[in-house]
Every structure is written in C-alpha cells, then in structure tokens.
Design a protein around this ligand. Structure first.
Ligand code: TLP
Length: 345
C-alpha cells in the first residue's frame, strides 16, 4: 500500500523506538518528568516563547489555548476552512463557549484587511472580538503558508485592540522550510503557538503548546481539566525529541515529492491541480473531469494499492511523508495513469 491519506500515518522506526525505550521518566502532572521538561524547554526556546506544555494531540493544544485566551461569549476570527473550525467537533463551542466569525482566506491565508474589517466595534449588542486563529501551514488550503510578513502584519494589527493571536502550527516546520525561515520568525508576535510531532515529524503522539510563562501556567490547569495530565509520559516526549533532532530537515524531501506528484497529476486527463501552488507536503486536486466523484475515485484507487482521502465532492487530498519514497510516488503515478486510462475506455 502507498498510503498518502495523511502524514499522521507514519510508524516509528527502530531508532525512535530505542529512544522511547530508554527515556528517563517521572510524574509529569507533578512537572517531574525530565524528558517532558526538556522537550517543553527546547520548544519554548526554539519558538522564542516563555514556556511550553506537552499535550497528547494537536486538537488538545488548540482547545487548551483557546480556553486559556477567551471567556464564554467572546468571538474568534478564523478562516472558514481552518482545522479548529472545520475538524475539531465544535470543541470551542462546547468547552470554551466561543463563537466563531468565519472569514474567507486565500487558500486559507487571511489578509490583515479582512481581519480589520471583521473586528467588532464596542457595542452592547455584539460579542467582543477577542482572538484570531491562524493555521500555518494551512491544511485545507493545500499546505499553503503564512509568510513572516503576513503574520507580522496581522499581529501588529491586533496588538492595540485587546485581542490575542493563536497559531495552529501543526505543520510549522514545513512552513519554515518552504519559506526559508525559522519557526521562531513565523511565531513572532503571536501569543500562543502549537506544533505537532505526530504529522510530518513522524512521532506516534504529541504536540507542544508554547506561550508566555503566565499563559502556560494557566494552560497547564486546563490541560488537567481536559484529562490531558499524563504521568510517566517522557516515553512519548522522547519520540518527539528524536523527531526534532532527526526529522526536521528531511521534510524537504516530502515537499519535493508533493511537487513531483502535483506536476505529474497536472498532465493527466481529467485532473485539475495548480502545481505551482504546492509548496509543502499537501496536494489537493479535482477529479471532476474524470467523470468520477472524489469518493469513487478514492475507492477505486485503493483497490489498486494507493490510499488518498476525499476532501470535497470532487476534490481529493494526498499528503507526502517519511514513509513514502520518491519511488513510491512514481509508482502511485503509474497506477493512477493506468487506472484513468482503463476507466476512460
Ligand atoms: N489533521 C488531520 C485530520 O484531522 C484532518 C490530517 O490528517 O491532516 N491542526 C491541523 C492543521 C491539523 O491538520 C491537524 C490534524 C490538527 C490540528 C489536529 O491534530 P490531532 O489529530 O493531533 O488532534
């Protein structure tokens, strides 16, 4: 099987498993796990923030951040395709009591102008706009990136408005590589940022939320409330530290494989994709011209040994990652070409 459904499907290799097996551990609810503490400190310093907090998932990192930033009845400005809005089971409504105002980004990327126009005036009838959520890279936007300039123009805009900015940086290392910058530059001025280790970085579990020391102290209380206080969890943090040391630079290969896939798909009859827009590891393409909808395209392809996921009625997503080689991409392309030929007969 060539599994392009997500970069979450990777399995830890032997060296990562050894790091897990030999990790020093302690009770992390008591803040006594040395491996977790090391990971949190490393991430805080990499991102230029005061402190970090290890959590089991990207979803928990985002929801703990939102709960820490807002009060019930506050409004959050967000792109309409953002993971926090689209894929987190309405957690923000249930847990933090926030209301979203959804904006339409350019492939997920919001402009400072659109945000400025959406901020509510002080008015007894309206909810206070309190938080902006950005996503870098943007998943449903096709792995698109916020540049340093774009992020800065947004954080500057809200600095005098009593508003905060949270960055869902599940794939921030991908963004930094593609933009030729650092995760720290891409997080400058945001109040909180979450990074996932279970996506392209190839760890089995784990995200770190970073922000000021005061913010993280409060977030730690909410993590406990959400049931995310884990005990000897250094065995998981060890996998994340291993990923940080060994799997960051190699994301470049995933980006090259995604571009290869997109450029070749663009040549195929019935498939529509803008290969120049593929700058990280996510390829979203339209199969309407093949006469199939996304579900049947994906189903048929899976019987040939290539897995992708339907992303809309006629759109499909493929994500490259460390368990898919360039040879696998070429093989997947051959299979798709053969399958399209046979289904057009
Ligand atoms: N994304 C998953 C699915 O949930 C769609 C995927 O396969 O891409 N932020 C972003 C930008 C994400 O893409 C994801 C996961 C998360 C947060 C949530 O991470 P987890 O799954 O660890 O809760």
């Amino acid at each position: 099987m060539i599994d392009l459904r997500s970069d979450t499907v990777t399995k830890p290799g032997q060296a990562m498993r050894e790091a897990i097996a030999t990790a020093e551990v302690g009770d992390d609810v008591l803040a006594e796990d040395p491996t977790v503490n090391l990971l949190q400190d490393k991430m805080a310093s990499l991102l230029g923030k005061g402190a970090g907090l290890f959590v089991p998932s990207g979803t928990m990192a985002n929801q703990v951040a939102i709960k820490t930033h807002i009060q019930p009845g506050d409004e959050i400005l967000i792109d309409q395709d953002a993971h926090i809005y689209y894929y987190e089971c309405a957690a923000t409504a249930v847990i933090a009591g926030g209301q979203f105002q959804c904006l339409q980004g350019d492939n997920g990327i919001l402009s400072p102008e659109a945000i400025a126009a959406a901020i509510r005036p002080q008015d007894i009838h309206q909810p206070p706009s309190r938080l902006i959520c950005l996503e870098n890279t943007h998943n449903r936007g096709g792995g698109t990136i916020y540049t340093v300039e774009r992020t800065t123009s947004i954080t500057k805009l809200v600095s005098d408005q009593n508003m905060k900015v949270h960055l869902d940086g599940a794939r921030l290392f991908n963004a930094a590589l593609a933009a030729g910058t650092t995760v720290q530059e891409l997080s400058r001025g945001v109040d909180s940022v979450s990074i996932c280790f279970s996506k392209g970085l190839g760890a089995p579990v784990g995200s770190v939320l970073c922000g000021s020391a005061d913010f993280i102290a409060e977030a730690r209380r909410f993590r406990k409330m959400f049931g995310g206080g884990m005990r000897q969890v250094g065995i998981l943090a060890a996998a994340c530290l291993y990923a940080l040391d060994h799997h960051v630079e190699r994301l470049q290969e995933d980006h090259e494989n995604a571009r290869r896939l997109a450029f070749e798909l663009a040549q195929m009859d019935g498939i529509q994709v803008e290969p120049e827009q593929v700058v990280t590891n996510i390829v979203i393409f339209d199969v309407a011209g093949t006469g199939l909808d996304a579900d049947s395209f994906v189903d048929k392809l899976s019987t040939e040994g290539v897995l992708m996921i339907p992303f809309g009625p006629t759109t499909v997503r493929a994500v490259t990652h460390m368990d898919v080689s360039t040879a696998d991409i070429d093989r997947a392309l051959e299979i798709i070409a053969r399958f399209l030929k046979s289904s057009s007969r």
